[in-house]
Design a protein around this ligand. Structure first.
Ligand SMILES: [Zn+2]
Length: 81
């Protein structure tokens, strides 16, 4: 189980850095889905980050593998590499 403290500070890496940073004071907020995924809440992002062995995998390339899948269709537990 990922701690609330950790969730509080994690953000979608795509939406918080560089030229792809989204507007607003606190872009790239994530929603925990079934204790297994962190889903970016920016409307035009759609990146989803798996939590493997209780460690969120906050890699943009990983999040992009799941962009086209609805949050409710994400596999639990997330598949390994
Ligand atoms: Zn994002």
């Amino acid at each position: 189980m990922v701690s609330d403290d950790l969730l509080e500070i994690l953000r979608c890496p795509y939406c918080v850095s560089g030229e792809t940073r989204k507007p607003g004071d606190d872009p790239g907020q994530l929603q925990l889905v079934r204790d297994s995924w962190l889903v970016c809440q920016e409307p035009d992002c759609g990146r989803k980050y798996p939590i493997r062995d209780e460690i969120p995998v906050m890699l943009i390339e990983e999040g992009e593998k799941w962009m086209d899948m609805d949050a409710e269709d994400l596999p639990v537990p997330p598949p390994g590499k």
